[in-house]
Design a protein around this ligand. Structure first.
Ligand SMILES: NC(=O)C1=CN([C@@H]2O[C@H](COP(=O)(O)OP(=O)(O)OC[C@H]3O[C@@H](n4cnc5c(N)ncnc54)[C@H](OP(=O)(O)O)[C@@H]3O)[C@@H](O)[C@H]2O)[C@@H](O)CC1
Ligand SMILES: Nc1ncnc2c1ncn2[C@@H]1O[C@H](COP(=O)(O)OP(=O)(O)O)[C@@H](O)[C@H]1O
Ligand SMILES: [K+]
Length: 509
């Protein structure tokens, strides 16, 4: 699903209105009605049915006027607050404002500090507040009366439903422009905006619902956005049912180079996951001293000593494999550095580089120019900072751009981990993942992700798809683990335990 910037959403509205001749007021009507449906759902469980719709002067406020009208028609008690000088309302919003006046709707204007004192008192009587102050037209830091109104709405602790995007959140990047509404749910129109998806905007928005407002599919296809939200349908298109007449060889051979003394767990986690994600055959190369531990923990996989790889020739050793992953828990030994160097510059099979593999790479980033095969790197922000020389703060502040620039510069698929993992390719495409939770911020969960990507690549899944689907699957398995065990207690191994159920769920859907 495409994710839009404010300007792109405006362009889409324009195409619908100018090319497809759908009057803007119809789009506004549909937008308002779609929010009313959600208000009714929230209202069903409440005794107090009184609602406040809090509108601005733009089209987001216009949606609010439509919402008021429909709630009135349904016999629901509703009061509209308007922030600012109502003589400034124009266009479709003005038409809807005039209708409300004719309907003798209860309208309160908020223009001064005294009005705010009364507003704060009033808020206690409502069951739901509808936030229709600012949408994709947010231009600058929110100040003055508008800021006061938002602060009072938040302080009221009432359930807030946001129209399109929580007011104060920048649709282009999810950042708070001074202050923002904290909503329980947000109904966004036609397609999500970046600010609905990325943090902190996503946190402020609560549950996100995307509602169609009648813009034709063809119009959507005219918008050239390169940013996509990863959906279950994408995962389902990759994780198809297996064909009956297949065998172990049909699902490929995966090779994982991982582990060091004190970090055998990383090798085990990645390996187990690759098998759970369907790899036909798996070999894991670890330092010799770890072999007994792996043999004990991973009976389905084959374990080989790293030294044997070096003795027999790294490339020769990998010639039957379909994918090689390097890095989880491998430390920064010279042996691994040599393997990484050779694999990057000479191996002709898909490559996944994670964790210490990335730390080793950071010392010698130019090796990537000699890649002979598709490569996926899976840094967390700390590793990305080492790879790029940017600070962690800079990486986190510009997650999409940082990952995109890295992919374009080095010709790799970049999977930048964290809350809202971002995947980018050398063509400038950006995919954002919404699954997952803070319970996954636990040692080893990154190793599980590497195992997933490796398992899918072994089965011939295209590298970009493997990265996208793994991020989705990983987060979804993490969400199930959090549901069962809680975010505090879940461990990386618990994510693996959920993988079979998640895959089955996706295949059956
Ligand atoms: N046909 C369509 O296009 C459809 C659009 N739809 C809806 O329209 C929304 C976009 O509407 P929009 O473009 O009118 O902008 P909107 O979010 O209402 O904000 C503009 C107003 O806010 C003000 N303002 C800005 N920043 C401010 C600040 N920091 N602090 C204070 N004020 C600030 C700005 O004032 P000005 O800058 O002019 O002084 C102006 O008054 C979109 O999110 C969706 O809900 C749907 O109905 C579907 C059809
Ligand atoms: N708050 C969060 N929301 C969603 N996913 C998260 C969150 N915190 C961590 N994760 C995911 O957990 C994984 C952690 O990986 P990583 O930092 O490499 O851990 P480790 O090195 O311990 O294995 C990543 O896939 C990351 O996206
Ligand atoms: K809003």
């Amino acid at each position: 699903m495409k994710v839009l910037k404010n300007e792109e959403m405006r362009k889409l509205d324009e195409i619908a209105i100018n090319t497809y001749k759908i009057p803007g007021i119809i789009l506004m009507e549909n937008a308002g009605i779609s929010v009313v449906e959600e208000i009714e759902k929230s209202l069903a469980s409440k005794e107090n049915k009184k609602i406040a719709v809090i509108s601005g002067l733009g089209n987001n406020g216009g949606d609010g006027f439509v919402i008021t009208r429909h709630l009135m028609n349904k016999g629901i008690q509703v009061i509209t607050y308007i922030v600012g000088d109502t003589s400034m309302i124009k266009g479709d919003a003005k038409i809807n404002f005039d209708i409300l006046e004719k309907m003798k709707a209860f309208i309160v204007k908020l223009e001064s500090s005294e009005d705010i004192i009364q507003f704060q008192e009033d808020l206690q009587q409502y069951s739901i507040l509808v936030d229709a102050l600012l949408g994709t037209g947010l231009q600058r830091t929110v100040e003055g009366i508008m800021r006061e109104v938002i602060l009072k709405m938040n302080a009221s602790k009432k359930e807030i439903i946001a129209v399109d995007i929580p007011s104060g959140i920048n649709g282009n990047d999810g950042k708070v422009q001074g202050v923002a509404v904290e909503a329980k749910k947000t109904i966004t129109f036609q397609l999500p905006k970046i600010g609905n998806i990325l943090f902190p905007g996503s946190y402020y928005g609560g549950a996100l619902l995307v509602k169609n407002i009648g813009i034709p599919k063809e119009a959507v296809s005219l918008i050239q956005s390169k940013i996509h939200l990863i959906t279950e349908e994408v995962a389902a298109s990759v994780l198809s049912k297996r064909y009956g007449d297949t065998h172990k060889g049909s699902y490929g051979r995966a090779f994982i180079i991982a582990g060091s003394v004190g970090m055998s767990g990383a090798a085990i986690l990645a390996s187990k996951t690759a098998l759970r994600c369907g790899a036909g055959l798996l070999r894991t190369a670890v330092p010799e001293s770890l072999i007994p531990i792996l043999e004990n923990q991973l009976i389905e996989g084959i374990t080989v000593p790293v030294k044997e790889m070096l003795d027999k020739g790294i490339i020769n050793y990998l010639k039957e494999e379909n994918v090689v992953a390097i890095g989880p828990g491998c430390g920064r030994s010279q042996e691994f550095e040599e393997i990484l160097h050779t694999v990057i510059t000479s191996a002709r099979l898909p490559l996944v580089i994670d964790a210490d593999g990335l730390n080793l790479l950071a010392n010698n980033i130019h090796l990537l120019k000699d890649l002979k095969a598709p490569c996926i790197i899976t840094p967390h922000p700390g590793e990305m900072s080492r790879l790029t020389g940017l600070s962690i703060q800079e990486v986190n502040d510009h997650r999409l751009e940082v990952a995109k620039n890295f992919s374009e510069k080095w010709g790799v698929i970049t999977l930048l981990k964290g809350a809202r993992t971002v995947i980018t390719d050398p063509q400038g495409q950006i995919f954002i993942n919404r699954t997952g939770n803070p319970g996954m911020a636990t040692a080893g969960s990154g190793d599980v992700l590497t195992g997933m990507i490796t398992g899918l690549l072994s089965q011939g899944v295209e590298p970009l798809q493997a990265a996208i689907v793994s991020a989705y699957l990983h987060g979804k398995a993490g969400d199930r683990a959090a549901e069962e065990l809680g975010e505090y207690s879940m461990l990386a191994g618990d994510i693996i335990d959920q993988v079979p159920f998640v895959i089955q769920e996706i295949i059956r859907a």
